[in-house]
Design a protein around this ligand. Structure first.
Ligand code: BGC
Length: 764
């Protein structure tokens, strides 16, 4: 009997239901659905869930499970097998009417020649089939909003906080609002695909793209936030693309590094956010540049066919990362689209050589994605929910270059996200929020950094302290710096500001004269294509020196692209506020926290280690190296559990205090969940991120979280958590599926991975 055991992966196990006998054919890891079982109308009641399976074609079945439909193959796994009809009947209907030429045009990008984007085209482009109402596909990055590649676009779109900065709010609803706004801006500019979300779990602290990876160090955080992004974007009529699948954890030698990991590590750490994207109905996946266990990801049959389309039941299409196709044979491994399409691998002659049905399957997946989001008529005579705004190459230029997609509401949302994602790391003597202050000294070059638009337009992967470099970059027209934000807020409050926008200790000390508080800034950036050289802010020495000279209260604002080592000076600062590269509203968001108009509630999605030596370096001094994930599942904070850290994963202070106790009704957390009562025991309203960690013998691991609404002083809320067997399971490499781990599990609930307030135990 095959069933989804609640882990999201389709499993096989005869013992679950004595009535349904497996005929022996389908018990491989490929999780095929037994035809016999379906004929018998068997259902799985083992986990209390009913699965309905129905034979769909010669070799596929459609399984409906709790409202989600999976398509599964019914034969033993064969990588060369052609199995059509991943598509729903409506996409099949469209595919059936296409000529071969039309089909071929849908699987290979256009609009790039010798790696140069052509006029009239987006970052990624697929021609439409107008006679069948199939719109052209127009793709644009992603990680900080609508990617700007031309001066005309700068200022037309919002330069949002980086994805990691949004994650730092630990707020599912806020993530969805961001997704909605991203979707709206992409559509307004004519795009119907956003090349995001980026969801790889951070392995290497120096990872050049960590700023764009929503998951931070935690598969659970990534799995809870990713669906919200997908819902928001796709609800606005734009197809989302989960990337980069998989084990794309460093930029160093990104095209040739071979990530080597065992199944447990992949299933428990690196896959969960991707599985969450599948379950949220994401239209597409982008396979990554690197190799996984010896084979390039985009030609990796185990990754794409076995794991993604098989085990996870992904029905959408897989596109390559840009120029990541190295062989004409990749469709047989599960790749459906070659991007940007100028490498010739998916040329007509090569597609001609594929077995019958392969191209139909590829095209069906693409058309299915469009139907799913509402981009075309569902079936003959159906309604088009999100009609195409323009057609490449001639019709989109006006929108692409001239349409303003940002708005006051979006700028306000960018500010809100910036403040909600700001993490108050330290607040000795309650230096923040500023109160009773007459004069502020703002000191350091990072408080008013440059935003060299011309340089950024010339070099695609230059970043600054507002935005990271690379494909996810949205160049801000005139970003608000910390200095500007603080000045504006001070003026409203009648506070004097003196500034020294240089890294001269002497000038800084002079500026402090007569001030009540010192605001210092430190920052660093990162980019796609290379990893960070170090984990320090660029002004580390300056901060250390000036803080040694400071006799007044001091607050350091850091703007960072991920994990950062602050230990050279952190002890000397009274307050430290970190924002991840926060886009055009940086200074406003920072001022909102500093002056207390927003009570901080952000939490670190990554560890800020005490030393660089405590982190995993990117692999390889040589290209083509194996990068063995020896740490297994003990990634990020889990690998550092026995070490002192600078600031722990999940950490973030508030201007109020919260008390924790087990909920009134259900008592403490048990196998199926429980309730936690949180009370705002301080004197101002605030929000708390209630985090639940389990320890099954390998240290605490985040399993779930809930961000409360705004709790007034003295107010309580009871937060409910539900858990299923998968939360108490580990992947068994030998059996090839998740197994509930018996014995005692520790349960810890609190406001951070090292701020556990109440504990319990569950014996399984
Ligand atoms: C990046 C992708 C991006 C693509 C198109 C590649 O360099 O890895 O994330 O979507 O370019 O810009």
């Amino acid at each position: 009997m095959s069933y989804d055991d609640g882990t999201g992966y389709i499993q096989s196990n005869c013992n679950y239901d004595p009535v349904c006998q497996d005929d022996g054919l389908y018990l491989s890891w490929t999780q095929r659905v037994s035809v016999t079982d379906m004929d018998n109308g068997c259902t799985d009641e083992g986990g209390g869930k009913i699965i309905e399976a129905e034979l769909h074609s010669e070799c596929t079945a459609v399984i409906t499970h709790m409202g989600t439909t999976y398509q599964k193959l019914t034969r033993p796994y064969d990588p060369t097998e052609v199995c059509t009809s991943s598509s729903s009947s409506s996409s099949q209907y469209v595919v059936d009417q296409m000529t071969q030429e039309e089909k071929y045009s849908l699987v290979n990008g256009v609009g790039w020649k010798t790696k140069i984007q052509q006029d009239g085209y987006f970052i990624g482009n697929i021609p439409g089939v107008p006679r069948l109402s199939v719109p052209s596909i127009k793709m644009q990055d992603a990680a900080q909003g609508f990617r700007t590649t031309d001066i005309r676009q700068v200022g037309q779109v919002t330069s949002w906080p980086c994805s990691l900065g949004v994650s730092a709010a630990w707020d599912v609803d806020l993530m969805e609002s961001w997704g909605k706004a991203l979707g709206a801006e992409h559509r307004a500019k004519g795009a119907n695909v956003i090349l995001g979300p980026s969801i790889n779990v951070h392995r290497v602290a120096k990872g050049g793209r960590n700023a764009e990876y929503i998951s931070g160090e935690s598969p659970a955080l990534g799995s809870m936030l990713t669906p919200a992004y997908v819902r928001g974007v796709q609800g606005a009529g734009v197809m989302a693309v989960a990337k980069h699948f998989a084990l794309n954890n460093q930029e160093t030698f990104r095209n040739s590094v071979n990530s080597v990991a065992d199944e447990r590590t992949m299933m428990e750490v690196y896959y969960p956010p991707f599985l969450a994207a599948v379950q949220a109905g994401v239209a597409s996946f982008m396979c990554s540049y690197n190799l996984v266990n010896g084979t390039h990801a985009c030609g990796n049959d185990e990754l794409l066919k076995r794991d993604l389309k098989g085990r996870m039941g992904f029905e959408g299409w897989v596109m390559s990362d840009w120029w990541a196709v190295h062989d004409v044979d990749y469709p047989n491994a599960g790749l459906d689209m070659d991007m940007p399409g100028d490498d010739g691998n998916f040329g007509d002659a090569n597609l001609d050589n594929l077995n019958d049905g392969v191209v139909d399957d590829m095209v069906g997946r693409i058309v299915g994605g469009m139907i799913g989001v509402g981009l075309m008529a569902e079936e003959e005579g159906g309604e088009v929910k999100f009609p195409s705004l323009c057609e490449i190459p001639d019709g989109c230029e006006d929108l692409y270059f001239n349409k303003t997609a940002t708005s006051d509401e979006h700028v306000a949302l960018a500010r809100k996200i910036g403040a909600e994602g700001a993490v108050l790391l330290k607040n000795d003597g309650n230096v923040l929020p500023l109160d009773g202050i007459k004069k502020i000294a703002v000191v350091g070059s990072a408080c008013d950094p440059s935003n060299d638009i011309e340089k950024m337009l010339k070099v695609w992967n230059v970043g600054n302290y507002f935005v990271m470099g690379g494909s996810g970059r949205v160049i801000p027209a005139s970003p608000v710096s910390v200095m500007e934000g603080v000045k504006e807020a001070s003026a409203e409050r009648g506070i004097e500001v003196v500034e020294s926008i240089s890294d001269s200790v002497e000038e800084g000390v002079a500026a402090m004269e007569g001030a009540d508080v010192l605001i210092l800034c430190g920052a660093t950036t990162s980019t796609e294509g290379s990893d960070r050289d170090n984990l320090y802010v660029d002004q580390d020495d300056f901060l250390k020196e000036i803080l040694a000279e400071t006799e007044i209260a001091s607050v350091v604002v850091t703007m960072t692209p991920g994990a950062t080592v602050l230990s050279n000076w952190a002890a000397s600062a009274d307050g430290i506020l970190n924002v991840f590269l926060a886009g055009e509203e940086t200074g406003h968001a920072v001022a909102d926290i500093i002056f207390g108009s927003v009570n901080p509630s952000g939490k670190l999605p990554v560890t800020f280690p005490l030393s660089e030596d405590d982190t995993l370096e990117p692999c390889g001094m040589l290209a083509l190296t194996d990068c063995t994930y020896e740490e297994g599942v003990l990634v990020g904070y889990r690998g550092l559990q026995d070490k002192e850290v600078g600031f722990a994963f999940g950490h973030g202070l508030s201007y109020t205090d919260f008390e924790y106790e087990w909920g009134e009704e259900g008592g403490e957390i048990g196998r199926e969940g429980g309730e936690v009562k949180v009370t705002n025991s301080g004197s101002v309203a605030g929000r708390e991120v209630v985090q639940v960690y389990f320890d099954g013998g390998e240290g605490y691991e985040l399993k779930s979280f809930v961000k409360t609404g705004l709790l007034q002083a003295g107010e309580s809320v009871v937060v409910k958590f539900e858990f299923a067997d998968k939360d108490w399971s580990i992947w068994d490499n030998v059996l090839g599926h998740f197994v509930v781990k018996g014995g005692e599990w520790r349960v810890g609930v609190g406001g951070g991975s090292r701020d556990i307030r109440i504990t319990g135990a569950v014996v399984l």
